[in-house]
Ligand binder design. Structure first.
Ligand code: SAM
Length: 330
């Protein structure tokens, strides 16, 4: 039976990670980062490996030539093998952004307008799956920047970007600390949802909670807006209940003052474990000269993405909205 390119790559990522994991006694995802770096550099970098292990790895690496695969084949295989590794060690706020959501965000970024040499920031880059899905969709020259607090995830993002030959500037830090990043045209982010434990840091934000811990997703929105050029766009994956929470009043005020809501696209509940964890894509535009609000924001309830007929209808509706509300500052 013919094996697909994604399966071929998955097998090599998986088997070589297992070989390294066994010998270095590390986690599967740490071993995946090691094998990814070997594939990118074209040599075996772990000096502590035995001769026999080096031979086994070489044999696997010889089965593929990484630069023969498309970016999407590499991304999909890497995504599958990370998913396998994440099952070992499940952390809800570290979950990778699924393909379907990445593709929708890529579509929206394209529709709202991609400029030459656009600067794009993902302040919660995780494994880089969302960012590289969007970059592969845009197929334009984009300067991208990613920030991530978790050491292992940012290593996985670095390897993901290298294997797909996307130049990405990476910062391993808390995104809510000061960021030394020049203003960007576009922000994308699957935001970490929940309380931010550092009240001292949160006190620098307009969106800090009046009492107790602030919501980190609110602070991420404020930090992202701060680093966006006037007229730039922001695309966030947020809880459906974003505007109904106990801290929503402050968020409404912040939005009114600094940004325009361009769209709110509710994803189908079937994509999530339960209704309370369901999410939407929020599209904002930072205020600026000549930036005008749309006649009406793009409000969509997306059907199940596997329902092609319903999805086609929604895409037509969205196309019509873009024709009638063509962004004014592009
Ligand atoms: N889009 C990512 C991907 O495709 O892999 C997944 C993003 S995940 C839902 C949210 C990410 O935010 C996690 O990787 C988490 O480690 C990161 N994060 C949480 N708090 C953070 C902070 N204060 N600064 C930077 N990153 C943070």
């Amino acid at each position: 039976m013919k094996v697909s390119p994604v399966e071929e790559l998955f097998t090599v990522f998986n088997q070589t990670a297992l070989v390294i994991q066994e010998e270095l006694e590390c986690s599967f995802l740490e071993a995946l980062a090691e094998t990814g770096e070997n594939l990118f550099q074209g040599s075996i970098l772990q000096e502590e490996l035995s001769e026999l292990t080096v031979k086994r790895l070489k044999k696997h690496y010889e089965e593929i030539q990484i630069n023969k695969y498309s970016n999407e084949e590499i991304r999909k295989a890497y995504q599958l093998v990370i998913l396998k590794g994440m099952q070992e060690n499940v952390q809800p706020n570290h979950q990778m952004t699924p393909d379907s959501i990445g593709m929708l965000i890529g579509y929206l970024v394209q529709k709202f307008g991609v400029q030459p040499s656009m600067r794009l920031l993902d302040p919660a880059i995780g494994t880089g799956n969302l960012l590289t899905t969007v970059l592969n969709h845009l197929q334009k020259e984009v300067v991208s920047i990613g920030v991530e607090v978790d050491d292992l995830l940012i290593r996985l993002a670095y390897i993901n970007a290298n294997l797909q030959q996307h130049p990405v500037e990476l910062f391993n830090q808390d995104s809510l600390e000061p960021l030394f990043i020049d203003p960007v045209d576009v922000v994308i982010g699957d935001l970490p949802v929940g309380y931010y434990p550092n009240d001292v840091r949160a006190a620098d934000y307009q969106l800090q909670a009046k009492e107790g811990h602030s919501y980190s997703h609110h602070l991420f929105i404020e930090q992202s807006v701060k680093h966006t050029k006037p007229g730039g766009y922001l695309f966030f994956l947020v809880p459906n209940t974003l505007f109904e929470s106990d801290q929503a009043k402050g968020l409404h005020e912040f939005i009114k003052e600094h940004v325009i809501i361009q769209g709110f696209l509710q994803l189908p509940n079937s994509m999530f474990k339960n209704k309370s964890t369901a999410k939407s894509i929020l599209v904002l535009q930072k205020k600026g000269e000549e930036v005008l609000p749309p006649k009406q924001a793009l409000l969509v309830n997306l059907p199940s993405l596997s329902n092609a007929a319903e999805m086609d209808k929604i895409l037509l509706k969205m196309d019509k909205w873009f024709q009638e509300n063509k962004p004014k500052n592009r």
